[in-house]
Design a protein around this ligand. Structure first.
Ligand code: HMG
Length: 381
């Protein structure tokens, strides 16, 4: 049987970053609540000319530079921060990257689960024709209302993955455990730039989904918990992954040390929630910071509010370290410009669902930017 999986992955983020210590000070909150209580230090924040298209293109460009576009006949763009109700953000990315017209392009949505749905779709396309390679882009900007409990769990990032036969990095195994439960824990109405969330319910729904997906994974014949060497969870804030791991340990009756999650937090702690990208940001952090994973099995838990969740596993490939983009990711994180709190609040408040014509100020120094709206259509350069 053909081995199929992740051949390359790259992370990108926004121009700005907000220090959660600044947020805590302004809110009169103990900074330890964010650092330890949530496990977060910083959150990426978009400049006016950043959005999910520009950071998605920034994540995908280095993949095309390394591998070229041969065999790519599909772009799957996963987001819950879509820039249009009809047109896929992926079509803008397709043009920015100079991809040929012989590529089908579509956007997928189911809260943070959308990236995993895109990955599963890509695996199916490559299984049908192993000559094909699929570009999967998960890109999101997490927004909650100012002064709400969700505010310190905002963030932004994009992950691009090339899915192919004979992957260099992670072979995805065929067995998956899934769980769909209709729940109003988190959603974003079409007229709102911020999510509505029932925090306590969202935590419960996430944990319920961990065990639901796990039980299905086992029922499908998936290996037992002690045959999975590393777990990576969707990280709305890194403490959530600790809760999930403890919950899985209690459910299975097997001791699962939370310290083994530490490396998966390295990027998410300083990016914040990146919705569809978050799980794969965690995967990138593990692959970039652990040297001895070749041949081991990694379990990936994906949760999207509303809710759909899934557990999949992958086998780390020999030589995966040679394909690491650790230095590039470190550079993207370090290049972010710290946003003073007053400026952050002003930018946040100025975000709108309006499609009125506007020229966007030139702020970002990265290669792709949202230039503005003309004739009610978005323009990128
Ligand atoms: P909150 O009101 O800040 O909660 O809301 P809290 O008062 O319970 O405090 C949080 C933690 O900080 C607690 O730890 C406190 O003890 C601790 P815990 O008991 O839970 O382990 N704490 C301190 N620790 C150290 N020093 C201190 C201190 N003070 C308190 N001084 C909440 C927290 C996460 C609910 C809020 O930020 C929120 O609503 N966030 C958005 C929703 C969310 O992220 N939900 C997660 C599950 S749903 C999901 O993952 C899907 C999602 O990504 C969306 C999608 O699918 O698209 C969100």
């Amino acid at each position: 049987m053909t081995r199929i999986g992740i051949h390359d992955l790259a992370v990108a983020t926004t121009h700005h970053v907000v220090e959660l210590d600044d947020l805590a000070e302004a809110a009169g909150v103990d900074p330890a609540k964010y650092r330890l209580g949530l496990g977060q230090e910083r959150m990426s924040f978009p400049a006016p000319d950043d959005d999910v298209v520009t950071i998605g293109a920034a994540a995908a460009a280095p993949i095309l530079e390394r591998h070229g576009a041969d065999g790519i006949r599909t772009v799957l763009f996963a987001t819950e921060s879509g820039v249009d109700q009809s047109k896929s953000g992926g079509v803008f990315v397709h043009r920015l990257l100079g991809l040929p017209p012989t590529v089908r392009t579509v956007e997928l949505k189911q809260a943070c689960y959308g990236g995993t749905a895109a990955l599963q779709t890509a695996l199916g396309i490559v299984a049908r024709d192993p000559r094909e390679r699929v570009l999967v882009i998960s890109s999101d900007i997490a927004r909650y209302e100012l002064d709400s409990p969700g505010e310190p769990t905002q963030g932004a990032a994009a992950v691009a993955m090339l899915v192919s036969a004979d992957p260099d990095i992670l072979e995805i195994e065929p067995i998956a455990g899934v769980n769909t439960t209709d729940v109003d824990d988190f959603w974003r109405p079409t007229d709102s730039t911020t999510a509505i969330v029932d925090g306590a319910l969202s935590l419960d729904a996430y944990l319920h989904s961990v065990t639901g997906a796990w039980d299905d994974y086992r029922a499908q014949g998936g290996p037992d918990v002690d045959e999975i060497h590393r777990f990576v969870y969707h990280q709305p804030f890194t403490k959530m992954a600790r809760k999930a791991h403890a919950h899985l340990a209690a459910h299975t009756g097997v001791e699962l040390p939370v310290e083994t999650l530490e490396t998966s937090f390295r990027y998410n702690r300083v990016l914040g929630n990146s919705y569809t990208a978050s799980l794969f940001v965690g995967l990138a952090a593990v692959l970039d910071h652990e040297d001895d994973l070749a041949g081991t099995r990694i379990g990936l838990f994906s949760y999207g509010s509303g809710s759909v969740s899934e557990i999949i596993t992958g086998i780390v490939q020999d030589g995966y370290r040679e394909h690491s983009r650790r230095d590039e990711t470190a550079a993207a994180l370090a290049a972010r410009v710290r946003l003073p709190l007053d400026d952050y609040r002003a930018l946040h408040a100025a975000t709108t669902t309006s499609s009125a014509d506007v020229e966007t100020p030139h702020v970002t120094t990265r290669p792709y930017r949202f230039a503005g709206v003309r004739g009610r259509a978005r323009h990128y350069e």
